[in-house]
Write a protein that binds this ligand. Structure first.
Ligand code: HEM
Ligand SMILES: *[C@@H]1O[C@H](CO)[C@@H](O)[C@H](O)[C@H]1NC(C)=O
Length: 519
């Protein structure tokens, strides 16, 4: 009887919460832009509460652009946002503020529990999702591994395999059959293969369309999608309750996470065995043994199974959808700006004609036009559109904005790439030229741009660990494609940028593939 009652109550409460949650979504998500404060620091004109609700409804499908508009109207590119039921949030596109948060006063701005909770079940204590000591020890270890020459060589080797033996043949066959391809899907498969090979020494063969996607890939997709949904939920209590009761999306999440952890642990155990066997064979004086992937390196260094598991899952999470997002938007932009594409083609051609033997590391490093195009697309469509920290203590940002203990502080690469104050009147144009020291300086040097003005990889002590690897990967792919193919978007309209954990193109990018004849 009592149990029935309790159960009934729990279910009733659950239904009620879900109901309230969908009903209140609009209201709770309404942003009450607080102006009593902004009046003193300079900001958007006052919005009466009702006016703000209305503009929220008008803008709910374009929140990124709405924020961007508010920020560009604010003289200091900073706004304070109040949302019923959520903590006070400072959103900034001001480079001085960004430098303060990400570098000068780094210790006061950890990710914080409200963020780490969301991905905590999937990422555990992995580098991507922890703060303080736990983070800094992993960071030291990982930055050492990421900066070794041998890892870079391994990355080049996996790229050659993945691009030359899989991506290029796939595009060739689409060309021969006049098939329309979803390039976003192709790049996501490519990125998953690449990051798994580098992090785990395991090949999920996602780009091989004749094989079904392995369970790890599907489970990873499900787990990151549902985790991202937690972050969007208007009330934490809803997903926490669902998790406690193990129902609905939270049940699916739990299963997906178990599968991810299971697969990775299995890979780790096999790797350990292989490492031990090699060690036994090669004797005690063999020095470093085993594979060149990150997992082998971490295991050879003697780290615990669970620590290693969480670390490599963090690498996969961080490295999978980011490069694919950047390249998808880039090929859409290039489709519309063929002069920029021509500039890259000339660069690649001249390198190949000057006796370069394919794209080795040195050649990639010199590809300034390709780099300028990649940066220019990421300025307009940054893979990570926004990112938040939570203040440990009261603080004042360089522009005078007060930050209270516990407040959320969001730096906003998407908005920053679209500030007239930062990029000039032509900010909305796709102009790779702006990345060169001299205009029209195609063969010249790139301009140094402050990472706090262009924080697409974040900046400061916690800057993306995979930044160099990401550039190598993107340059290799882009150069290999433009060298032999003309990719043209079939999508007519402006695609929609969906900022989940990483920015997607809604509905994918349909393209046709034609042969390009090099001179
Ligand atoms: C265009 C591609 C990429 C972009 C735009 C990008 C961007 C970022 C950003 C914004 C962060 C900070 C996120 C946060 O703290 O919440 C980050 C962190 C990180 N990224 Fe990347 N990333 C890219 C590619 C990669 C790749 C290929 C890897 C390789 C595995 C990688 C590994 C990491 C790691 C390990 C971190 C965590 C660093 C730390 O917390 O100390 N990233 N990245
Ligand atoms: C791409 O093509 C597929 C099928 O050809 C179609 O279902 C889809 O809607 C298209 N996507 C976009 C964004 O146009």
């Amino acid at each position: 009887m009592v149990i029935c009652f309790l159960l009934g109550f729990a279910i009733g409460f659950f239904v009620f919460c879900n109901f309230i949650s969908s009903f209140m979504q609009g209201f709770l998500h309404s942003f009450l832009v607080n102006n009593s404060f902004l009046a003193s620091s300079g900001g958007p004109p006052s919005y009466p509460v009702l006016g703000c609700l209305i503009s929220f409804y008008k803008n709910r499908r374009r929140l990124l652009d709405w924020y961007t508009d508010l920020l560009s109207e604010s003289p200091r590119q900073t706004i304070v946002v109040r949302r019923l039921g959520a903590r006070r949030t400072v959103v900034t596109a001001n480079p001085a503020n960004v430098e303060h948060i990400l570098r000068t006063n780094f210790n006061n701005f950890p990710k914080g529990k409200p963020f780490t909770e969301i991905l905590g079940d999937l990422l555990g204590c992995g580098i991507f999702n922890v703060d303080g000591e736990l983070w800094s020890t992993q960071r030291k270890l990982a930055s050492h591994e990421f900066s070794t020459k041998s890892l870079r060589e391994f990355v080049m080797k996996t790229l050659q395999e993945e691009v030359d033996d899989r991506l290029v043949p796939l595009l060739e066959s689409a060309m021969e059959t006049d098939e329309v391809l979803d390039l976003q899907d192709v790049f996501r498969r490519f990125a998953f293969d690449s990051v798994c090979k580098v992090s785990l020494g395991y090949d999920p063969c996602c780009l091989d369309l004749s094989k079904p996607a392995p369970p790890l890939v599907k489970a990873f997709d499900t787990a990151s999608e549902i985790s991202a949904m937690r972050g969007m939920a208007p009330m934490f209590v809803v997903w926490k309750l669902k998790r406690a009761l193990n129902v609905g999306s939270e049940k699916k999440l739990k299963e997906a996470i178990e599968l991810v952890h299971g697969c990775v642990v299995e890979i780790i155990r096999n790797k350990k065995k292989a490492l031990e066997e090699t060690k036994a064979k090669s004797g005690a004086f063999a020095g470093v043994v085993g594979g060149e992937d990150l997992l082998s390196r971490l295991l050879s260094a003697g780290h615990e199974e669970e620590v290693v598991r969480d670390m490599v899952i963090s690498f996969i999470m961080a490295g999978r959808d980011t490069t694919s997002s950047a390249m998808t938007w880039m090929f859409w932009l290039l489709s519309k700006h063929q002069n920029a594409e021509q500039m890259m083609v000339r660069e690649v051609e001249s390198m190949l004609n000057n006796g370069r033997n394919g794209f080795d590391f040195e050649t990639l490093k010199e590809m300034n036009c390709v780099k300028a195009c990649i940066c220019e697309s990421m300025r307009l469509y940054p893979p990570v559109a926004w990112d938040s920290k939570h203040a440990l203590n009261d603080d004042v940002l360089p522009d005078g904005t007060f930050v209270g203990k516990g407040d959320r502080v969001t730096y906003f690469p998407y908005g920053m790439g679209r500030m007239e104050a930062l990029w000039g009147k032509d900010w909305f144009e796709f102009k790779p030229d702006r990345w060169f020291r001299e205009p029209g300086g195609e063969n010249g040097l790139l301009k140094p741009i402050s990472p706090f003005m262009f924080p697409v990889f974040q900046a400061g002590p916690r800057v993306c660990l995979g930044k160099e690897m990401a550039f190598i990967q993107m340059k290799y792919v882009v150069a290999s494609i433009v060298k032999q193919f003309e990719i043209r978007a079939v999508n007519g309209d402006q695609p929609v940028f969906v900022p989940l954990l990483t920015g997607h193109m809604a509905g994918g990018l349909n393209v046709t593939v034609k042969r390009r004849e090099l001179k």
